[in-house]
Design a protein around this ligand. Structure first.
Ligand SMILES: Cc1cc2nc3c(=O)[nH]c(=O)nc-3n(C[C@H](O)[C@H](O)[C@H](O)COP(=O)(O)O)c2cc1C
Length: 263
């Protein structure tokens, strides 16, 4: 079984997406150690992957092969062979970031030019897929704001795309208030959350999906004192950071670090 974890954050392994993926894939590798499960993580932002040129060479002149020669050829081969793909993207403007979208655009060589009735969406059209392997997938995404509702469009998109492609959709691991997970000092305080992600990874391999209890515990707040307190802490963080650069804000006065988890 091949697991491919894609990370589209420009922060690579050190960002929230990267740290979450590391924990998840550690659990996957642990559970799969005896079952011939191979887990590979690809940091998309660290590669040279140009935008799709829309030349359709992959449908005409060189079927299945992209005209652009860059790092995408290697990632596309891994993607085509994967049994399970984890799409890891930070939430940018309420959707996936540009690097993840660019990756998806460049998967065009995996479909044929022909228009047919989509076997996965009866009554609507689609393109035949070159890859015949069944494919399972899940989404992992952190965001900065302190509510889950910000993920609505992203989740809708991935569920829709999975449906159109006939993927076995395993669900989403979403993390709001996640900026703290991207810095070593603050990420260290959330060992319980990374341990849960490891458990989730192991469950996905062992049970083919997240167990409901784990999914529920993973959705727990990192900052249990609520969004208003979170906003205050975030504003304190930005004000202190800006002050270090010589900017003094008239509206947001830096406050003293309070009880609980500081940014
Ligand atoms: C360009 C940009 C757009 C963003 N848009 C959103 C957004 O729409 N909603 C949100 O809650 N956070 C947003 N964020 C915050 C990131 O989702 C958040 O910091 C995330 O944890 C970053 O993950 P990373 O460390 O893996 O890159 C944005 C950040 C950037 C840089």
């Amino acid at each position: 079984m091949h697991v491919l974890a894609l990370n589209s954050s420009p922060r690579g392994k050190k960002g929230a997406t990267g740290r979450m993926l590391t924990a998840l894939t550690t659990g996957m590798a642990r559970a799969g150690a005896r079952a011939d499960v191979q887990v590979e993580t690809v940091d998309l932002a660290g590669l040279s992957i140009a935008p799709c040129r829309a030349c359709y060479a992959c449908w005409t002149r060189t079927p299945g092969v992209c005209a652009v020669t860059d790092d995408m050829a290697r990632v596309l081969a891994l993607y085509a062979e994967a049994d399970l793909v984890v799409f890891g993207t930070p939430l940018y403007h309420y959707t996936m970031n540009a690097t993840m979208k660019l990756f998806l655009d460049r998967t065009l060589p995996l479909v044929e030019p022909w228009l047919c009735e989509n076997p996965h969406a009866p009554g609507v059209s689609g393109h035949p897929q070159r890859r015949e392997k069944p494919f399972a997938a899940l989404l992992l995404s952190p965001c900065g704001l302190p509510e889950f509702s910000h993920f609505e469009s992203l989740v809708h998109y991935f569920r829709f795309y999975a449906g159109r492609n006939g993927w076995n959709w395993l669900g989403e691991i979403l993390r709001h208030s996640a900026e703290v997970l991207s810095r070593p000092d603050t990420a260290a305080r959330f060992g319980w959350y990374f341990a849960l992600l490891e458990q989730a990874g192991a469950e996905i391999i062992a049970h083919g999906g997240l167990l409901p209890d784990t999914a529920q515990t993973l959705a727990q707040d990192l900052f249990p004192d609520g969004p208003a307190a979170f906003r205050e802490r975030a504003n304190h963080y930005w004000a202190v950071t800006r002050k270090r650069h010589g900017i003094v804000d008239p509206i947001v006065e830096p406050m003293e670090p309070g009880p609980g988890v500081d940014f």
